[in-house]
Ligand binder design. Structure first.
Ligand code: GNR
Ligand code: NI
Length: 176
């Protein structure tokens, strides 16, 4: 059990394309467990491995994180090598990111998605989602291709956020 450090954009490691998972072993299971602990500690609804410096195609999503009541049957998802098989419609959402703390920006994505992925037992699954779950799945999978929500904003807004993040990173480096 460990809370991992979350990289802050524009850390170059967040801009890399992650590698497919080829082996589901104890190290990967440990990483998934640490990512869940890290996400809950940070009050997030999702987290991608590259955000904690691991260039592997694994993400977690739990849109009920922090809620008092969890719909029955809804568990946190651990998605290995996730791939969209269908996307439709359009949906705008005010997004945040644990790698861009304190910032929000409006992003338009697909409204409904279907995705296939493998779980920690190596079993293949298909998940359909809309609303926040669809947004979170698209946001997390973007991380695996080195993309963040700030890439959808205007250059002006992105530059303002970049300056604030550089300042935050400098403060953290000085305080550490
Ligand atoms: O915790 C998160 N909240 C969120 C809100 C709206 C749209 C996307 C997200 S994902 C984010 C966690 C995160 O940064 N995952 O990569
Ligand atoms: Ni994010």
């Amino acid at each position: 059990m460990a809370i991992l450090d979350i990289l802050i954009w524009p850390d170059p490691r967040l801009l890399e394309v992650s590698q497919p998972v080829t082996e589901i072993d104890d190290d990967l299971r440990q990483l998934a467990s640490d990512m869940l602990e890290t996400m809950y500690d940070a009050d997030g609804v999702g987290l991608a491995a590259p955000q904690v410096g691991i260039r592997k195609r694994m993400v977690i999503v739990d849109i009920h994180a922090g809620a008092d009541e969890r719909p029955s049957g809804e568990k946190p998802l651990v998605l290995i090598n996730p791939e969209f098989t269908h996307k439709e419609g359009a949906l705008s959402w005010e997004e945040g990111c644990l790698s861009v703390p304190g910032e929000l920006g409006e992003v338009t994505r697909s409204a409904k998605v279907t995705m296939k992925y493998m779980d920690l037992e190596g079993q293949e699954h298909v998940v359909e989602a809309d609303g926040l779950k669809a947004v979170a799945l698209q946001h997390e999978c973007d991380h695996l291709d080195g993309k963040l929500f700030v890439d959808y904003l205007s250059r002006l807004k992105r530059n303002v956020i970049r300056r604030r993040m550089n300042k935050l990173r400098a403060e953290r480096a000085a305080g550490a």
